[in-house]
Design a protein around this ligand. Structure first.
Ligand SMILES: Nc1ncnc2c1ncn2[C@@H]1O[C@H](COP(=O)(O)OP(=O)(O)OP(=O)(O)O)[C@@H](O)[C@H]1O
Ligand SMILES: [Mg+2]
Length: 328
């Protein structure tokens, strides 16, 4: 299981949108996907449960951080969510230094939460290919915990609202991503800043130039080295608002189709960077094989029922002849 933490200490930049839409896409590709909602607002939980697409694990996030959990209790599916319960800020952030007994030893609650989260990720790892963690708009202890245990991190930003200082703090501040990588989790890979809700205005272009000059090497880039950007689009807002995949809206709406084409390439880029491509290709090959096997099975069934086969042949003949006649 590969774990991606979506985090930045700014509100409303698109963390939840990225986690939920990427999760839906990964699931559609056949990756067994787990989403974890670390935000008490519960937007990710609501968005994924709205149309009943993801199934809630039988424990909530605060429960798995403070109560013993066994694998059989969780109820894994191909697309699961560890739901928010509104109690995490109180349970971890505000009372992090209060002591409690864990496995017979007295420890701070933050340490207990961290150990239990590490155990939880290990426990669920064989059941999933991808785990996406949606953080709150903060760089607090729960986000640090996720970064300390995750494999990858990504930070959506809004160009005109970001500053070089803010982004540098996200990377190198006392709780920064690179600081955590350098101290407690050297396997953590920063995929980059991902500008979201991009419009081609003079202000945003100026911001991209300015931020790019100092921190350009920390932006997510495609294979040709071009910076990757998610445009501001009503269809993205609509998909999130309706609790559906953008890919679904794309089936009936031309603007959504165009946007989905762009967003899908970005998601593919992210999945490639997480080394999931060979797994996705293997799943796709397996699906093709199943389709081929089913078709072979159908042909065999027809051969085994000669009467039915004969009737079909006569129907084809009738059709062909009636076409011929109509051309005379
Ligand atoms: N590219 C986009 N184009 C248009 N609307 C977008 C785009 N990305 C996100 N949104 C919308 O912006 C709003 C905020 O997005 P979202 O909830 O994902 O942000 P967030 O960073 O998770 O916020 P919070 O910090 O409160 O958790 C949502 O209504 C969402 O649908
Ligand atoms: Mg959010």
């Amino acid at each position: 299981m590969k774990t991606l933490v979506v985090s930045i200490n700014k509100g409303g930049v698109g963390k939840t949108t990225l986690a939920s839409q990427l999760g839906r896409y990964a699931n559609q590709l056949g990756l067994r996907t787990l989403l974890i909602d670390l935000d008490d607002q519960g937007n990710l939980t609501r968005s994924l449960e709205r149309k009943g697409c993801a199934t809630r694990l039988k424990r909530t996030v605060t429960e798995i951080l403070f109560e013993p959990v066994s694998d059989g209790d969780l109820g894994h599916t191909q697309f699961s969510i560890l739901a928010a319960d509104g109690g995490l800020t109180k349970a971890v952030v505000e009372t992090s230094q209060i002591k409690a007994t864990h496995h017979g030893v007295e420890r701070e609650r933050a340490t207990i939460a961290h150990q239990n989260f590490a155990e939880f990720l290990k426990l669920v790892s064989p059941h999933y290919d991808l785990c996406l963690i949606d953080g709150p708009p903060a760089l607090d202890i729960r986000v640090m915990m996720a970064l300390a245990l995750g494999d990858f991190a990504i930070c959506p930003i809004q160009l005109a609202q970001e500053s070089i200082e803010g982004m540098s703090y996200t990377l190198n501040g006392p709780r920064g991503i690179l600081r955590i990588k350098g101290t407690v989790n050297n396997k953590l890979e920063f995929l980059g800043f991902l500008p979201n809700m991009v419009e081609s205005t003079a202000r945003q272009k100026e911001a991209l130039m300015e931020l790019g000059e100092k921190l350009g090497h920390h932006f997510l880039r495609d294979d040709e080295g071009r910076v990757v950007l998610i445009p501001l689009r009503q269809s993205i807002r609509d998909a999130q608002g309706q609790g559906v995949a953008l890919a679904k809206l794309a089936k009936t709406n031309t603007q959504a189709r165009d946007t989905w084409g762009k967003v899908r390439r970005i998601f593919d880029q992210v999945l490639d960077r997480m080394d999931l491509r060979s797994q996705i290709d293997a799943i796709s090959e397996h699906r093709q094989e199943l389709i081929r096997a089913e078709k072979t099975q159908q042909r065999l069934a027809r051969i085994c029922e000669p009467d039915l086969g004969l009737k079909d042949d006569l129907a084809v003949m009738d059709e062909a002849v009636s076409e011929e006649l109509s051309h005379v």
